[in-house]
Design a protein around this ligand. Structure first.
Ligand code: MIC
Ligand code: SF4
Length: 641
């Protein structure tokens, strides 16, 4: 039987386990990436392994999230990361050089390779024919240490593309349509693999937009074939040598097939406050907008800026709109300058920002009270923009620019003929924002600012666990709910005691205080618990506050892995109706939990205060059980050494 492209890449990298969907596998990781908000912790963890140099083919440390330097803390983190890169053999991409996923696609992505990144949108590089996945910082640290990456063998879903996109409809609308159909949990445990004649009509940046937002489906990754279009892209990046053709076997078996006729798609938009709250733009057209931003790792390539520039050549931005551009990388900026795109945007009145995540993670660009902000970003979770009760809509650059012109949500097809976009055959390539690794970094001194605190130490799992239910939450809780970001909290990513004060702060401002008073504690949740960001602080900080178990209907992949890495027991209800009977404040006991873990039990009995019991599932591999029993992945790895 033939293999899917995903299976081919996994087979080539398989170190442990069998390729049966749902079963644990360990795969070799060729490349890693980190960004500054998750990177400082990942490198503290890498340091704890005691190794002298990273063991991957290529590892890159990017600075793109914390670019606001309102005091010394972010700047100190940047210097720490630069010194770590020099010390341990990594590339370092400087602040302002661009968003990790955009720069990685341009300069390092290579067909057939595996990439693990401490950022949930790492799958972006799947647009270039590689298997790229997001993970917690500790998993990335372990990959840098040469350890396999462990995950459950994903199911591979085939997405068959036919036809070609109509004018004013773009890659963004393809993935918005998929989000509409499948929702934010539709991709959990799956890799989305694109195939069919429609693929060749999409450029690599288009494919990267689709791969990037596969993350919002909850997917483990998204893989596109590597074809002539990929070759052309790599040639324009002066990297044709990295190209190799890659595709699924003609008789490959997919676990499920989804068909999309590109020619039938229309402009789509995700309404507040979830990336899957998708409707055709027509349905919400006419609502007034106060801010429009083109940017983020999903839609900030030269093509996206060129589309906006060309559309604005003969039109003006509405006086009521703040129209902003966050270029994905310095390469985008420089080539935008060369091709006249930048000039046209400046002339039209756009606010041009530096390359980076910026408002996508609440580092500035917060919208005004009770107004609509339209963005080409990845996520519109409540409050993520920095404004309470925000109304953030997510859409294509086409819809964004049309709405900026009209001052209200506009179907771009109403503008008349679409502009022709002519991309340069060769890009200006300038890697002076990327510092290559040193031959020998052993003499480099690591620069640590006062905000960089050592990693906390965690105890092993006790024999019996008693805990109070400190919070009971609904479905689709995001890691932004658990550990918010934004300009006030992000600078604390290197300081666990300080950041833990903000755990669940949007939901319950007293949470951290209550948690410290009532340790150990348990959190109860619904479906797809922990979706969104890969931030391991959403596990690490609660653990620091004494949270020892989470009991939910189902977990998102990366968050579950992070919980295990930091010794928080992830359990699911054996019977989902038990969820309804649990109330906040009640005490639950799990006698014999350590033995149950180590003995391989699939279920445990949970005892309630009134003496009644119910069952919870432990869906864990042998390795995960040992990690949980040791109290954390670092404890376990140290014991192994
Ligand atoms: C995000 O988009 O939520 C982030 C910020 O990039 C996160 C990483 C983080 O929280 O540092 C992600 O997507 O993993
Ligand atoms: Fe940065 Fe936003 Fe992309 Fe996250 S989703 S990496 S914050 S641009």
């Amino acid at each position: 039987m033939g293999l899917t492209l995903t299976e081919k890449i996994i087979k080539e990298h398989l170190i442990e386990g069998e390729m049966t969907p749902g079963k644990p596998i360990g795969i070799r990781i060729d490349q890693t990436l980190t960004q500054d908000a998750t990177g400082t912790m990942a490198y503290l963890e890498f340091e704890a392994t005691g190794l002298d140099r990273v063991k991957t083919e290529l590892s890159v440390s990017y600075v793109d999230h914390n670019l606001l330097q309102s005091d010394f803390r972010n700047a100190d983190d940047h210097r720490f990361l630069q010194s770590i890169a020099a010390r341990y053999g990594l590339y370092f991409s400087k602040p302002g050089n661009g968003i990790c996923h955009q720069v990685h696609l341009e300069r390092f992505a290579a067909p057939g390779k595996t990439l693990l990144g401490s950022d949930s949108h790492t799958p972006t590089a799947g647009g270039c024919g590689m298997l790229a996945m997001g993970a917690g910082g500790l998993d990335v640290a372990m990959a840098m240490a040469g350890q396999p990456f462990f995950l459950n063998m994903p199911k591979v879903v085939g997405v068959l593309l036919k036809g070609s996109l109509s004018p004013w409809v773009s890659a963004r609308d393809v993935i918005l349509e998929l989000l509409r159909r499948l929702t934010v949990k539709g991709g959990v445990g799956k890799v989305m693999e694109y195939l069919g004649p429609g693929v060749a009509t999409l450029s690599v940046p288009d494919r990267a937009t689709i791969a990037n937002l596969g993350t919002e489906l909850g997917a483990t990754g998204t893989v596109f074939p590597s074809d002539g279009v990929t070759r052309q892209f790599l040639a324009a990046q002066a990297r044709e040598a990295d190209w190799q053709p890659m595709e699924a076997d003609p008789d490959a078996q997919y676990s499920e097939m989804i068909e999309i006729d590109l020619s039938t798609l229309e402009p789509m938009i995700a309404c507040p406050s979830s990336p899957d709250n998708v409707v055709p733009v027509r349905e919400v057209a006419g609502r007034p907008v106060s801010q429009v931003i083109i940017g983020s790792c999903a839609n900030s390539s030269l093509r996206d800026l060129m589309l906006a520039a060309k559309t604005l050549e003969t039109r003006e931005i509405s006086p009521d709109v703040s129209f902003e551009i966050n270029p994905g990388s310095r390469q985008v900026l420089e080539n935008g300058d060369e091709t006249g795109v930048l000039k046209a945007l400046i002339h039209a009145g756009a606010r041009i920002h530096q390359s980076g995540c910026l408002g996508c993670i609440g580092m500035g660009q917060a919208p005004a009270t009770n107004t609509i902000s339209l963005r080409t970003f990845t996520r519109n979770f409540p409050g993520r923009s920095g404004t309470k009760n925000d109304q953030v809509y997510l859409c294509s650059p086409e819809t964004a620019v049309a709405s900026a012109i009209q001052g209200r949500i506009t179907d771009p097809r109403d503008l008349g003929a679409a502009p022709d976009l002519e991309m340069p055959g060769k890009f200006i390539i300038n890697d002076n924002g990327i510092i290559p690794p040193l031959e020998d970094g052993s003499g480099v001194e690591i620069i640590r600012g006062p905000n960089i605190k050592p990693l906390p130490k965690f105890d092993p799992m006790p024999d019996d666990l008693d805990g109070v239910v400190l919070l009971k939450l609904e479905d689709n809780i995001t890691t932004d709910h658990i550990m918010p970001a934004g300009s006030k909290i992000l600078p604390l990513r290197s300081n666990v005691p300080a950041i833990s004060e903000y755990v669940f702060s949007q939901i319950d401002p007293e949470f951290s205080k209550r948690a410290k008073e009532t340790s150990p504690s348990i959190i109860v949740g619904g479906e797809n618990y922990g979706q969104g960001s890969s931030r391991e602080h959403a596990a690490l900080a609660p653990r620091y506050l004494g949270v020892r178990a989470k009991l939910v209907k189902s977990f998102a992949r990366i968050h579950k892995a992070n919980l295990i890495n930091f010794g928080i027991l992830p359990m699911t209800f054996a019977d989902a109706s038990d969820y309804d009977t649990i109330s906040q404040g009640e005490k639950l006991s799990i006698p014999g939990i350590r033995q149950a873990l180590l003995g391989g039990a699939d279920t445990v009995t949970i005892r309630r205060q009134d003496g009644s019991t119910f069952q919870a599932r432990l869906e864990l591999s042998e390795r995960e059980r040992q990690i949980l029993a040791s109290g954390s992945l670092l404890n376990w790895v140290k014991a192994q050494l």
